[in-house]
Write a protein that binds this ligand. Structure first.
Ligand SMILES: Cc1cc2nc3c(=O)[nH]c(=O)nc-3n(C[C@H](O)[C@H](O)[C@H](O)COP(=O)(O)O)c2cc1C
Length: 138
């Protein structure tokens, strides 16, 4: 059996959160995730979030239930979940990204043009980000 469980969901913001509120939330999430050996990605999109969590199944399930009850967002929808042999965000307790559709298009345009960008150390990770966003942003 694959050792890691992952869960991807989207949600809507209850009130428009400021950058400092988001950074504060992400910073305490990072600390707690580190203790729980949870890694992942938190995308702030227009009026909501996309979050990808990976780790031990029971840990992720319990954490998601906690996140589900958080009043800062609502209408959570699990888009994908399952098992994986490798973490996509092994280096990140919770990588925070702010994205717009225009930004994604710009990043992809650079990537297609330049071999240099394809070789960047972090590219594997960014590619994972793009994969998640591309498939699930609406
Ligand atoms: C969009 C969103 C994403 C969140 N992501 C995480 C997370 O990855 N890890 C985490 O511990 N808390 C996360 N939280 C916060 C939890 O809902 C909850 O506030 C926190 O786990 C409470 O931790 P504590 O009671 O142990 O301090 C998130 C909240 C929101 C609104």
């Amino acid at each position: 059996m694959s050792p890691f469980f992952y869960l991807l969901y989207v949600s809507s913001e209850t009130h428009k959160m400021s950058i400092s509120e988001i950074e504060e939330m992400a910073s305490s999430a990072k600390k707690k995730n580190f203790k729980l050996d949870v890694t992942g990605l938190l995308i702030r999109k227009t009026k909501g979030f996309i979050q990808y969590l990976e780790g031990d199944k029971t840990t992720i399930t319990e954490l998601y239930e906690e996140i589900l009850r958080d009043k800062r967002h609502h209408s959570l929808v699990v888009i994908d979940k399952g098992y994986t042999t490798h973490r996509k965000f092994a280096k990140w307790s919770m990588l925070l990204k702010y994205v717009t559709k225009e930004e994604i298009q710009a990043i992809e345009a650079i990537r297609n043009k330049s071999a240099k960008y394809r070789k960047k150390e972090n590219w594997g990770n960014l590619e994972a980000v793009l994969e998640v966003i591309k498939n699930y942003q609406n």
